[in-house]
Design a protein. Structure first.
Length: 287
């Protein structure tokens, strides 16, 4: 039976990518000064980063059960099965809402498969595995084969990142005010990842921005497996020059199928701030 792949805007994929790979996207809205934004157009992205730099709170929201039902039912009515690869349950209630949507839809669509998978991933880490899944679909893989691929590989997907200003981690309650103040004075930069529970966790710290970028590059080279067989995705919080520097340095030292660089969507940058840099790739396990 034909099937449709779904993800959400937490996957950070571009419109070009979702069109190319026939991936449907469910919106995770963000709110600035009472106005809700359902898309991540260039204009919305620029406005969100301007707000963040001015310390205006950018709130984020899960996809509602209602919106998930509406999106999936459009395909189920056509007789298609659906697979929804969801933004990490460690960062959002979207996965729980998706399970509730599945339960409600199965009452009506008894003969369709509705598969919901917790990516335990965020941003282009979530997106990278979704692209691989779509490639497998194009090659003729069944919905069950794609689902197995995602489950087998999601905890091999590494997310390495650093932030430029720990203020946003402090504001979100991830670090204390005293830790933030010490880090600010000493120019400490954290090295972080997304752990196996899908949460953002610190794995180290260095002094200064340059060292944090160098550490991301070194950890990537150390951890990536069979780079010649994979793509490396890089996300940035409105600091494209530094993201391209990472791409150039990695390309000098490892051979990969290709790189993809994109802005970090407000779903993530609202909590990590402008200047966030992240690298996504497959290893033997999460670092």
């Amino acid at each position: 039976m034909a099937y449709q792949l779904f993800t959400d805007s937490g996957a950070n994929l571009s419109e070009e990518q979702t069109r190319e790979y026939n991936i449907k996207v469910i919106s995770l809205p963000f709110i600035i000064e009472g106005k809700e934004y359902a898309t991540c157009s260039n204009e919305d992205m620029a406005f969100a980063y301007k707000a963040l730099r001015n310390k205006i709170v950018v709130n984020t929201s899960a996809a509602s059960t209602y919106s998930i039902i509406n999106a999936l039912e459009e395909e189920l009515r056509k007789g298609n099965d659906v697979l929804y690869y969801v933004f990490s349950s460690g960062l959002s209630s979207t996965y729980d809402n998706a399970l509730l949507a599945k339960k409600k839809l199965e009452e009506k669509y008894h003969h369709n498969k509705i598969i919901i998978i917790d990516s335990l991933s965020a941003a282009l880490g979530h997106g990278l595995l979704m692209v691989y899944a779509a490639m497998k679909q194009k090659e003729g893989a069944t919905i069950d084969e794609v689902a197995k691929f995602l489950e087998d590989n999601k905890l091999k997907l590494n997310h390495l990142f650093t932030v430029d200003n720990m203020y946003f981690l402090m504001r979100g309650g991830r670090i204390s005010k005293s830790t933030y103040m010490v880090a600010r004075i000493a120019k400490i930069k954290p090295i972080m990842h997304t752990d196996n529970s899908g949460k953002l966790t610190a794995i180290g710290k260095v002094l200064g921005r340059k060292k944090s970028i160098s550490e991301l590059i070194e950890l990537t080279i150390k951890t990536i497996r069979h780079p010649e067989d994979q793509y490396v995705f890089i996300a940035h919080g409105d600091c494209e020059d530094e993201a391209n520097y990472i791409k150039e340095e990695l390309s000098k030292r490892i051979k990969v199928k290709g790189f993809y660089v994109n802005y970090l969507v407000p779903t993530i940058s609202a909590h990590s701030g402008p200047g966030t840099l992240a690298i996504f790739f497959l290893g033997d396990e999460r670092i």
